[in-house]
Design a protein around this ligand. Sequence first.
Ligand SMILES: NC(=O)C1=CN([C@@H]2O[C@H](COP(=O)(O)OP(=O)(O)OC[C@H]3O[C@@H](n4cnc5c(N)ncnc54)[C@H](OP(=O)(O)O)[C@@H]3O)[C@@H](O)[C@H]2O)C=CC1
Ligand SMILES: O=C(O)C1=N[C@H](C(=O)O)C[C@H](O)C1
Length: 268
Amino acid sequence: MNQVRIAIAGASGRMGRMLIEATLKADDAVLVAAFERPESTFIGKDAGDLVGSSCGVTITSDVAEGLAKADCLIDFTRPEGTLQHLALARAAGCGMVIGTTGFSAEGKAEIAAAARDIPVVFAPNMAVGVNAVFKLLDVAARILNEDYDVEIIEAHHRLKVDAPSGTALRMGEVVAGALGRDLESCAIYGREGVTGERDGQTIGFATVRGGDIVGDHTVLFAGIGERIEITHKSGSRMPYASGSLRAARFLAAHKAGLFDMQDVLGLK
Ligand SMILES: NC(=O)C1=CN([C@@H]2O[C@H](COP(=O)(O)OP(=O)(O)OC[C@H]3O[C@@H](n4cnc5c(N)ncnc54)[C@H](OP(=O)(O)O)[C@@H]3O)[C@@H](O)[C@H]2O)C=CC1
Ligand SMILES: O=C(O)C1=N[C@H](C(=O)O)C[C@H](O)C1
């Protein structure tokens, strides 16, 4: 069996550790490199020690050298880090799975440009369940159409730095697309003061941050006399890591191109 050679950026982060654990457990993937910033206290440590089982891969900040050994870089860091890694992956001809959220339009354009040369899976949520929900939302929005007000509510842990979550924004894009609207012009990000009555064409977002909530998302379709709520709740980060490995295996069959988890799961 050909094992996919995996490099992981942000190795000591919440997702980095989960990805190390998932990779070390997988039969068809092998961890070949793990990256942190030069100033990180984890540089020089064994990546496996982060999850309680040494594996002989030393955490380094030399991304270019590490990528020379890898088929795929899995990156869950911050937009600025991901874009630096993307340039190095492009130079090395290494595929990339990008889970980082919070990109500007320019950042997304850089990812699309790099994907002309290398294969990239870029998705705000790698969990199979969430990707099933994206499909359910498309169906629900088409059936309910214009008669229901759409509100998207998300909750995450206190350490999350971007809002709304990438997943909530994608949910908004799916619903807006199904209703023939443009999310950029119909989104309302929070309300305060005398807001006036609700405009039926808008899609509202509400963000909750607290404690160790892994990630909850609800899309509420509020009509007259009834409400439909479609909810996904994450109890662990492992589904994000397993989905990322699935994406890495998918990329092994592609030379270049920009994909998301709907492509990986065959849902398009
Ligand atoms: N698509 C999906 O399925 C999911 C996406 N995410 C997204 O993944 C990202 C990471 O989440 P999470 O693991 O919780 O975050 P953490 O803060 O726990 O980890 C981030 C890691 O990236 C490193 N890092 C931060 N900035 C840079 C940089 N500029 N260059 C290189 N490395 C950097 C951090 O190092 P240091 O400690 O030195 O700062 C840390 O190791 C977020 O954008 C989050 O929204 C999260 C879960 C699922
Ligand atoms: O930061 C997180 O934790 C998560 N981020 C992603 C997002 O912004 O949608 C995915 C998941 O919700 C966890």
